[in-house]
Ligand binder design. Structure first.
Ligand code: CO
Length: 139
């Protein structure tokens, strides 16, 4: 069968100082921000920097009790999750559940920039938090 994963949508990196991280990517690599968004439900401020057909997603918490704030406290800055692009988030999520895997989101929900997303628990996906990303603008 064809893979349900069609592209690396983004690699998400948790940082303490979003502006400093954006400046570093700009000054060193010439990478520029294509999208900025505060996702209040997740307690994150994010910047997306395009790399070919994918993004680097720099994340910083907007409040102390957000999951990203807790992550930074426990693990420090670094790789937070990998977003895999999928054609249909519900189908990919069902595949995880059907295999007996643990999920964080029981059903697809709105993500940033108009996407539909669901997270898979890292205990299931070999230690890496995975986000399944359906982008309605990308077919
Ligand atoms: Co993400």
């Amino acid at each position: 069968m064809d893979s349900l994963l069609t592209e690396i949508d983004h690699v998400a990196i948790a940082v303490h100082d979003l502006e400093a991280a954006i400046s570093w990517y700009r000054d060193v690599f010439g990478a520029t921000v294509e999208h900025r968004e505060v996702v209040e439900s997740d307690g994150v401020d994010e910047a997306l920097l395009r790399v070919a057909d994918s993004f680097i997603q720099l994340l910083t918490p907007t409040r102390d009790d957000s999951p990203v704030a807790k992550y930074l406290e426990r693990r420090g800055e670094g790789l937070h999750h990998v977003g895999y692009r999928v054609a249909d988030c519900a189908v990919a999520l069902d595949a995880v559940k059907a295999s007996g895997g643990r999920v964080i989101d029981d059903a697809p929900r709105p993500g940033s920039r108009g996407t539909i997303v669901a997270f898979v628990h890292p205990k299931t996906s070999f230690g890496t938090l995975i986000e399944l990303v359906q982008d309605p603008r990308v077919v």
